[in-house]
Design a protein. Structure first.
Lengths: 354, 279
């Protein structure tokens, strides 16, 4: 018999994994983890953000392990993360006190603390720089270090938020302080309507393309959002955990690079208008994701008939692992279910005994 | 076995949480219990709900069987067995009778299971009402209110349009006259095996973060009308080309040389046993 219903799965898998090694061995040149971590840092940031694990070296390692595939790298980090014991929850992170490396406002020309353009590709001309192919990186690093050594560092003072002024003026919605313990979305099944803490965690971990696309849909017409980026800040925020022996004390454990956005929207306030804010915060430098998150946060507050305003729709379809896992499972054998489908189709066509 | 990870991969706290959810599921047959689904090194959507159940239940004395499409040898079954083997030193088998724990995708074994065995089913979409209502918030309320009119209407509309109920797999059933349940993507051929079964059946949906159960001797009735009885896939006049069985679920395949359509048992373990008895 020529056809053998799929068997020999074990051997096939082993050989398939060997073929992956073949693909990864395409050149004698190796790419070091340190190089990935530092020279592909935006990719590393994206992977950490979607994985919900701030670990640059592991993210770089994961990227190397899977030929640079973002969803695979996210998957590797998530699977590793789920084996780690959760020892502490950090205290509230004070992003107002972050060590800012970039800060812009599209709402006001002049803001307290000033605008800091920082590093951005926004004003580069997207022309491929063919010199990169010949660049000697050792020189580039030496030159940059010499440049830095010749400068005197200036301290950056913590900046108040742009939204503070509007709140004082009574124009911007004020949220009541909420000290409720956040719901940990990694340990609990989602419940709808969702707590805001669950919403923000879910969006912060969501696939960058998914949140960007959804936010775009709401800007374009399938939504109400016409936001102004009140403030986008990127910088290092300190993390502290409670000190075990004295709950009034805390221990500094390090700092993480964050991008945080507040978007302002005009909204209905019975017979008047008011301003409302949408909030976004993501690991690393990933500005579009942070802005998109802020847009969606506001759209979910507003609610409505469009996809970006539907909480269940937005929060259950943006997880990289879940979307890619379910899409890729379609490649698994479905012989039994397809046979059943054939049976159903044939019966409606009266051809079941052919 | 990889000693860098805990026995059966998950930490003991997670396993306990999954077992607690399973116990609740057993206590309310057919009710979907939400749980904090963990991320595994296997694709979410590739059976991670079933795997989490297996990992939470398995002990050193268990004998594990994993099947996909009824076959022990299918790539996915092999892959899951390989993963469990990496983190739990347990015996595996292809023999349905020998296993204490069977994890399956898309089939219930042909050989009836006994009361010292557990069947774990991998479930993609646990919600039977999802076909008629997209929102989880709404379907949760429908279950609470036992509002099953829309799913009955779905069946009725199929009948009007196609003159028969054209649902293939995931054929909804009523459990203990209370909860409508999705038996998962098993063919409706297997639905009757859930009714008054000897073994415990656990359903795990990892991506959707739900666990539900059909404990032994539970009433499970596939939805049908009084004048239009429940109907399974039919293989009338066909038998397995290997063992000759005429009462099993068959895979339709083609002989690559002659192009002739042939059938064989989808349950490879059963087929092997049947052939053994013929000799």
């Amino acid at each position: 018999m020529a056809y053998v219903a799929v068997s020999g799965g074990r051997e096939a898998i082993e050989e398939s994994i060997r073929l992956l090694d073949y693909h990864k061995s395409g050149t004698d040149k190796d790419i070091e983890i340190e190089a990935i971590e530092n020279k592909l840092s935006l990719l590393v940031d994206r992977v950490m953000s979607e994985a919900g694990l701030y670990a640059k070296t592991y993210a770089a390692l994961a990227l190397k392990q899977c030929e640079g595939c973002v969803e695979e790298a996210v998957f590797l980090l998530r699977a590793y993360r789920s084996t780690l014991t959760r020892n502490y929850y950090t205290n509230e992170v004070d992003t107002e006190g972050m060590r800012i490396v970039r800060r812009v406002s599209a709402a006001f020309k002049d803001i307290v603390g000033g605008q800091i353009l920082g590093a951005t590709y926004d004003y580069t001309h997207r022309l491929i720089d063919f010199r990169i192919g010949e660049e000697i990186f050792e020189d580039a690093r030496k030159n940059m270090q010499a440049l830095l050594a010749a400068q005197t560092p200036e301290p950056v003072a913590p900046c108040p938020r742009v939204s503070d002024g509007l709140r004082k003026e009574g124009l911007l919605d004020v949220c009541a302080k909420n000290d409720q313990k956040p719901l940990d979305v990694t340990m609990n099944a989602p419940v709808f309507p969702a707590e805001r803490s669950a919403r923000l965690q879910t969006l912060a971990r969501a696939d960058t393309g998914f949140v960007s696309g959804l936010a775009y849909s709401s800007l374009r017409g399938f939504g109400q959002a016409h936001p102004t980026v009140g403030e986008l800040r990127c910088g290092y925020a300190e993390l502290c955990v409670p000190y075990l022996f004295d709950e009034n004390e805390s221990v500094y454990i390090g700092e993480i690079l964050l991008t945080e956005v507040e978007c302002f929207n005009a909204a209905d306030d019975t017979d008047r208008l008011k301003l409302t804010a949408g909030y976004g915060a993501v690991f690393g430098r990933n500005e579009n994701k942070a802005i998109a998150m802020a847009v969606l946060d506001r759209e979910l507050d507003a609610g409505g008939r469009y996809p970006a305003q539907n909480e269940e729709f937005v929060l259950t379809h943006g997880d990289s692992l879940e979307m890619n896992g379910f899409i890729s499972h379609l490649k698994l054998p479905h012989y039994v279910t397809f046979q059943s489908k054939l049976d159903a189709v044939r019966k409606t066509r009266g051809t079941e005994h052919e | 076995m990889n000693k860098n990870y805990n026995f059966a991969f998950l930490d003991e706290g997670s396993k306990r949480e999954i077992r607690r959810a399973s116990l609740k599921a057993v206590a309310i047959p057919g009710y979907q219990v939400p749980f904090g689904s963990r991320e595994l090194p296997i694709g979410r959507g590739w059976g991670t709900g079933g795997i989490q159940l297996t990992l939470s239940l398995i002990g050193p004395d268990d004998v594990l069987k994993v099947i996909d499409q009824g076959s022990d040898e299918s790539v996915n079954a092999v892959n899951i067995k390989k993963f469990v083997g990496l983190c739990a030193d347990v015996k595996t088998t292809t023999d349905t009778r020998e296993a204490t724990l069977i994890q399956t995708r898309h089939r219930i074994p042909e050989i009836p299971m006994t009361n010292d065995q557990i069947l774990v089913l991998q479930i993609p979409i646990p919600e039977p009402l999802r076909v008629v209502e997209a929102s989880e918030e709404a379907t949760k309320r429908m279950h609470a209110e036992k509002d099953y009119a829309p799913i009955w209407l779905e069946l009725y509309e199929s009948l009007v349009k196609y003159k028969r109920i054209a649902i293939a797999t995931e054929y909804p059933c009523m459990v203990e006259e209370r909860h409508v349940m999705n038996p998962g993507p098993i063919p409706k051929f297997d639905n009757p095996k859930l009714h008054d079964a000897e073994c415990l059946c656990l359903f795990g949906a990892g991506r959707e973060k739900k666990i539900y159960a059909v404990p032994p001797h539970t009433k499970v009735v596939s939805l049908a009308f009084d004048d239009v009885p429940f109907e399974r896939e039919s293989f009338a006049g066909k038998r397995c080309r290997l063992c000759g069985s005429a009462h099993t679920y068959l895979d339709e395949t083609f002989d690559a040389l002659t192009g002739e359509k042939v059938y064989q048992c989808s349950d490879t373990s059963y087929c092997k046993e049947a052939r053994g008895q013929c000799v």
